[in-house]
Design a protein around this ligand. Structure first.
Ligand code: ATP
Length: 513
């Protein structure tokens, strides 16, 4: 016979409502999670998933509704209150101090009453990272970590305190398939110990493999509950998006483009660069070329030099020699970011907030930040009407859900922000687009929109270089793929000749032969 405690849900959310300027992010939402359950929260970009998670974690206060924790009504006024109940959360955008080490960051989040010293925290991190295969060096300063590694720090931070409900907002968005598999074993291990997990993801195959319950939101309302394992990817996508609207499914693009013989539009020649950071990765003899009308992908596990390579390709770091990077016939290795942009290089960085976007600027200002050379300025003055039309076109073409072009970028949902960044760069018709994790956190439909936009650019003769830890994305999108490992690039293989196993082995450090 079940004990009374096992019958009482761990968490019950009843009729939660939260609106922004009259727009309902959550409308009368109900959600029940049992102890030890892995529960998915699904919905397209802007459906209200993060808002609901933030309400449960005490970051956002609802206007009405109730929350019951193990049968008792609670008022979760702030994250400290949530943590005291045993609720931990890993956010889509990380909350780490860049200049502190992993250990220092985690120590800051531990309850003062438990009086941990840094040595104990360091040891605890090593134990947890081993136990849950969350590979991380506790002594690394956070600014040296890739996005994937920062996510691991966030997960370990939650695991350091006894947690009864772990909330993960898009945890696998930047993990490789192998890392995702490992993470899922971790999550299953955690759930088997009685901790509940609330998990949001746009990768429906993952949801089907991991979760036994799902609540589906559309336009802020719960529109269905189901067992994802009893559904298909198609039926889940239909529930999220609606019966009548098209949904792309994942990775259905038809035939690949034949490898082009067109001119090389972007080239890196024997680029060697010592990392200035003690824990950074030095780039060794990097050679690559992208032809006009070609999408080239660079795969690799986080922390193998992707960040250093992107910095030098985008112009954030200047090359030792100008002709180490060529844009067509022009050496650009010694050009700074604005010069490279003016010559036709567009860039979608790995980090959205603070690098791609200034959160406290509105959409118009953020559009201007990289689009200024598109006729949006005259005599140093902003052409307001042109800027408005330009920004509106980005939002329309990429279906960016927003309440107005004057709204702050920080108020966009994660996926809508990513669509905005991608649209802003593509609309500049660059000669070469360099993109890091282009579909990170975007829903099924938006992923298709972004991938199709890349393919259209390619078909119009632009070159595209995609750096991603999502192997599936690269296999879907690219004409040729190479791997970066410890600062070195493998040969690039045409998509028709690629074996997933070989790429996986290269990603794992097996020599490039
Ligand atoms: N602070 C805020 N101010 C104004 N609007 C907001 C704010 N936070 C969220 N919203 C809006 O509420 C809606 C729901 O956002 P939310 O982040 O919950 O969506 P989501 O389902 O998590 O989307 P995604 O999958 O893209 O992360 C969006 O339209 C978003 O723009």
């Amino acid at each position: 016979m079940q004990g009374l405690n096992e019958l009482i849900p761990r968490l019950q959310v009843r009729n939660i409502t939260k609106s922004y300027s009259g727009f309902f992010a959550n409308n009368q939402v109900n959600l029940t999670i049992q102890a030890g359950e892995i529960h998915a929260l699904l919905g397209e970009n802007g459906a209200g998933k993060s808002t609901l998670m933030k309400i449960i974690y005490g970051v956002v206060r609802p206007e009405s509704g109730e929350i019951f924790w193990e049968g008792k009504r609670v008022d979760i006024t702030n994250p400290a209150k949530a943590r005291s109940l045993g609720i931990g959360m890993v956010f889509q955008h990380f909350c780490l101090f860049e200049t502190l080490t992993v250990t220092e960051n985690i120590a800051l989040a531990l309850p003062a009453s438990e009086q941990w010293n840094l040595g104990q925290v360091n040891r605890k991190i090593r134990v947890l990272s081993q136990e849950y295969a969350l590979d991380i060096n506790p002594d690394s300063p956070v600014y040296t970590l890739s996005v994937g590694e920062k996510q691991r720090v966030e997960i370990i931070r939650c695991l350091c305190v006894a947690t009864k409900l772990l909330i993960l907002d898009e945890p696998t968005a930047v993990l490789t398939p192998q890392e995702t598999e490992k993470l899922f074993l971790t999550l299953q291990q955690i759930a088997a110990g009685g901790c509940s997990i609330l998990f949001s993801s746009h990768k429906l195959q993952e949801v089907r493999s991991l979760c036994t319950h799902a609540t589906i939101l559309r336009n802020g309302e719960v529109i269905a509950e189901c067992n994802p394992q009893a559904e298909t990817i198609d039926s889940l996508a239909r529930m999220m998006i609606g019966e009548d609207e098209g949904h792309g499914g994942q990775g259905e693009y038809g035939k690949y483009h034949t490898p082009p013989t067109s001119p090389i539009c972007f080239q890196v020649r024997d680029l060697c660069l010592e990392s200035k950071h003690p824990l950074g990765i030095s780039l060794q003899h990097i050679n690559l070329e992208v032809r006009s009308g070609e999408i080239v992908g660079i795969a690799g596990v986080a922390g193998n030099g992707q960040r250093e390579l992107l910095a030098v390709l985008s112009g954030e770091v200047i090359c030792p020699k100008a002709d180490m990077i060529m844009l067509g016939e022009i050496p650009i290795g010694d050009c700074d970011v604005p010069q490279r942009r003016r010559l036709g290089l567009a860039y979608i960085p790995e980090e959205r907030l603070g690098v791609a976007i200034v959160p406290n600027m509105n959409l118009l200002e953020n559009a201007l930040l990289t689009g200024y050379s598109q006729g949006l300025l005259r005599n140093g003055m902003i052409r307001q009407r042109k800027l408005k039309a330009w920004t509106r076109r980005i939002c329309d073409a990429f279906n960016v859900k927003q309440v107005g072009l004057n709204s702050l970028a920080a108020n966009l949902s994660g996926g809508n922000l990513q669509k905005f960044i991608v649209g802003r760069e593509i609309q500049q018709n660059p000669t070469i687009l360099i993109a890091a994790h282009p579909s990170w956190g975007v829903d099924v439909n938006a992923t298709v929109t972004i991938h199709q936009a890349f393919m259209e650019m390619r078909n119009m003769g632009a070159g595209v270089l995609v750096v991603s830890e999502d192997l599936d994305e690269l296999l879907t999108l690219c004409d040729r793929i190479g791997v970066i490992y410890k600062g070195q690039l493998s040969p690039f293989i045409p998509i028709a000749d690629i074996s997933r196993e070989k790429i996986g082995r290269w990603m794992g450090g097996v020599s490039f032969v």
